[in-house]
Design a protein around this ligand. Structure first.
Ligand SMILES: Cc1ncc(COP(=O)(O)O)c(C=O)c1O
Length: 347
């Protein structure tokens, strides 16, 4: 672990840096009521799974795991044999930031990454990767993995998703959605969660709560129940079956009451739009792509970087070829102003 002097202002470094929202925290406290069945056999877990199914249009086999890497890796492993491959974008979290976990948990399934400018896979690229080889020496494409919103803060439209789903169906690919920020995609597109998963023809959705401020567990939702047979055993074997599952589930249940999960995402997206608008007025700063969810990518001058560094702001520059600032449920207008003021105040 780091030396304490290294800590910086992490308000925009990621939506992982925000805390748990007060309502979810209260739900955790409320869940702390004496004894109840363990390993997901409790009523709260069942109700949270029902709430997720209802939000997604009534279908799905739901599992709670501790984090997004586990959700993605185990979901992909459930879709694949070791000789299969997963088509995804070259900036997909499963390729760049999961330390080989998808390959590990699927015993060697290969990730076939498509080069993209905006984080989005195109139907033509999927078609090309599936059809350019069909021999035994090529890892057989089995899954199309899409991230909603993408790692570059962009969104597939429903039409784009329908086109991708059609290619996937034509070639017998299962569709996996990395929805670590699924709420931000739903709000950003202004559609319902059910419409979104239906347009994508999703077989399995890794539905994120952590970045949305709802506690610390993610859900894996199989719309295609043929893929989830024995998934409980996968969770258990990989150390992802929580004994006190009610604490993973309770914030989820709270999130679906009075649309808290959507309000949290709306705050994040709105803050990102406001940050983008203010940054684009800063001389020498240039937005590198549209802000469609809660991340802002901006090209900054050396002087800007120096100012941010001196003021102690933490942010990444290795994703998407620019400085990345991410807003969350907790971002306030004052936070946005503080970041922008660092850039506009003369040194
Ligand atoms: C697109 C995406 N997928 C999945 C994850 C989940 O990763 P973790 O294992 O850190 O919860 C993240 C986290 O940053 C992410 O950005």
């Amino acid at each position: 672990m780091r030396d304490s002097a290294a800590f910086k202002d992490t308000r925009f470094a990621s939506d992982n840096t925000a805390g748990i929202c007060p309502e979810a925290w209260q739900a955790l406290r409320d869940a702390d009521q004496g004894s109840c069945p363990s390993y997901g056999e409790d009523a709260l877990t069942a109700r949270a799974a029902d709430a997720i199914r209802a939000a997604l249009g009534g279908e799905g086999d739901v599992y709670f795991v501790f984090n997004g890497t586990a959700a993605n890796s185990l979901a992909l492993a459930a879709c694949c044999q070791s000789y299969h491959s997963v088509i995804c974008s070259d900036v997909a979290h499963i390729v760049t930031d999961e330390c080989g976990a998808p390959e590990f948990f699927s015993n060697g399934t290969k990730l076939l990454a498509v080069r993209t400018e905006d984080g989005k896979v195109t139907p033509a690229e999927v078609e090309r990767l599936v059809t350019h080889r069909s021999d035994l020496h090529y890892p057989k494409p089995r899954v199309l993995s899409l991230t909603l919103p993408t790692e570059l803060g962009t969104l597939y439209s429903l039409e784009e998703l329908r086109a991708l789903a059609a290619v996937a169906r034509r070639h017998g690919l299962a569709v996996h959605l990395d929805g670590a920020r699924f709420a931000n995609a739903v709000v950003g597109l202004g559609v319902s969660a059910a419409e979104l998963v239906a347009a994508a023809g999703a077989d399995v959705l890794c539905f994120g709560a952590v970045k949305n401020g709802l506690g610390f567990g993610e859900a894996v939702v199989f719309r295609n129940r043929a893929l989830s047979a024995e998934f409980s055993w996968r969770c258990k074997q990989s150390g992802q079956l929580a004994s006190k599952m009610r604490y993973l589930a309770a914030p989820w249940l709270r999130g679906f009451q009075d649309e808290l999960w959507l309000r949290n995402a709306e705050n994040a997206n709105r803050s990102a739009r406001s940050l983008a608008a203010q940054l684009s007025a800063v001389p020498g700063a240039r937005l590198v792509r549209p802000v469609e969810a809660n991340a802002v990518f901006v090209e900054l001058s050396a002087e800007h970087h120096e100012k941010l560094k001196s003021a102690g702001w933490a942010y990444y520059t290795f994703i998407g070829g620019a400085a990345r600032f991410v807003c969350s449920w907790a971002t306030t207008p004052a936070d946005v102003d503080a970041l922008v003021a660092t850039l506009t105040t003369s040194s």
